[in-house]
Design a binder for this molecule. Sequence first.
Ligand code: ADP
Ligand code: MG
Length: 620
Amino acid sequence: MTNFSQNFEADTGKILNIVINSLYSDRDIFLRELLSNASDAIQKRNFIGQTNKSILNNDVDQIEIRVNSKKKTLEIQDTGVGLDEADLVATLGTIAKSGTSSFLKEMQETSDAKSAAQTLIGKFGVGFYSAFMVAEKVEVVTKKAGTSEVWAWVSDGQTGYNIDKSSEDIPVGTVVRMFLKKDAKEYLDEAKIRSLIQKYSDHISIPINIENKDGETEQVNSTEALWTRSPKDISTEEYNKFFNTQFSTYDDPFITLHNKSEGTVEFTNLLFVPSKAPFDLFDAERKSKLNLYINRVFITNDLDGILPSWLRFINGVLDTTSLDLNVSREMVQDSPVIKKISKVLIKRILSELNKKLNKDPEGYDKFWAQFGKVLKEGLYEDFENRDKIAGIIRVFSLKHDKLITLKDYSTELALGQDQIFYLTSETLSQARKSPHLEGFKAKGVDVLLMTDPIDAFWMSQMGKFGDKSFISISRDSYDLSGVGEVEDKEPEVPEKDSSHILERIKNALTDKVEDVKISSNLKESPVRLVAGQAGLDYNLERILKAQNPTFESSKKILEVNIDHPLIQKMIDLDITLSDNLSRVLFEQARIADGEMPSDPYKFSQDLFEMALKLQSEQLD
Ligand code: ADP
Ligand code: MG
């Protein structure tokens, strides 16, 4: 009788500990590893069976899970290819035999044991060893297809392992029997096992059965991975149901993207653009939600790096055979495979959104209302994709009173116009009434009304769309003469005392404004406030203040409509009254930009004084 006993090398137990504990932060996944091994073994048997029929299983392929609360064991039995003595030594003995000392040496040379374990882990098949996270002893009882002997491999994962012939009578396949640790009794709970299977292994194509309390076996997984089927055989209803059940959604997706990619990197994606924003869309974490599967085995749903955060509204599944199941998440995250897949996915999503924009603009605008703000984040933080994103964003046109594209705007420029004018504001209704727009309205020049806080940032950062610069009409300097369909009036000869008027206003507002200038943009309003040297307008300041309460506002430039009757009147007023009026004009310009008066008490006092003065003049 053969009895093969092998001690682990001195430090193997230690290595196993490090490997197991650093690779897997969550010990639940031992079940995923063992089920995927069982599924692999069954597929391997079927594969070999193609050329050697005697190997094939005449019964149904299945994986069976058994819990024994008395013996405190958890068993996973498969109808796979099985192992003989030599296979057991070569596979389950690997970590004990090969390269143990070099592994340890390399690990000691790296200060960060964790990252060392992760880089070196590819050399060792450790998926199986994750069983030792929950078991103090593991028995593998197995019969290889085409043979009749049953072998048993036993180990405590610390000292070594033992291989012996077994007297157990099992069909071809493998039983992995775990004697659970004292602190791992939770895995004796059938409900716990079920929920883990549903979470991690639901899409394994082999039926996974579990014995319930009444001794009946029940299939736990659904065995069918929707995304592995051909898109032409899948109905919209099936897609929608999958979207709802997998991602706890209630809406129908706006876009369903199901593709298979073959070549150097092989993967299948089934992605959904929801039609309704989830409640956590603006969580600070900005995590994308994509379920990553490796060969149908669920790996994680919170891996950074597959989709950028500006696409975090996408739900879906990515399944690839181009990654190893037992590499760490950090390795997956930084792998060139994921980078390649990410590129392809972003391209697919953007091109599909572009198609929708052209074919179904109404539907697109509903999507835009839900997710436009998120997509715009990409304009600010993703230089590589910025131009493509800019092609599919929606912006509000003053002239058309609806959403248009940047391309629409650039192809409909007014005579002599070569810039893209925009106004940032908190709301559309506030923007529409803004005095900043007066000159543009009079000349029929379109202005984009931008109401998302991020607009101020991406537009100034991006600077241009195509060859047209973005110009903030409350912040940047620009010249409207020569622009627009309406002929410019002969420049009016400034009234002889206009400089005197400016002087008066300036004196009244020395501590409040940076400068006072004649405006060429105002038509109805007497004054407006534009960004001073600091280059900030009130809207931008409000955004910055919301992020940083200690943010200090800077002085603005007061532009004066010198033709305005109120301004022209100023010269006739006594100095007290013209000071009152200057301050009131300044404060109301702030209000028009959505600010509080800088000095509300003085503001109301000025108003009263002016009213009283008016009254007494009328009584005279
Ligand atoms: P991997 O699955 O990545 O190869 P594992 O540590 O999970 O690494 O498994 C190591 C090897 O042990 C497998 O490649 C396989 O040859 C063998 N093995 C593990 N479980 C089974 C099983 N249930 N049936 C047959 N062979 C198995
Ligand atoms: Mg494995």
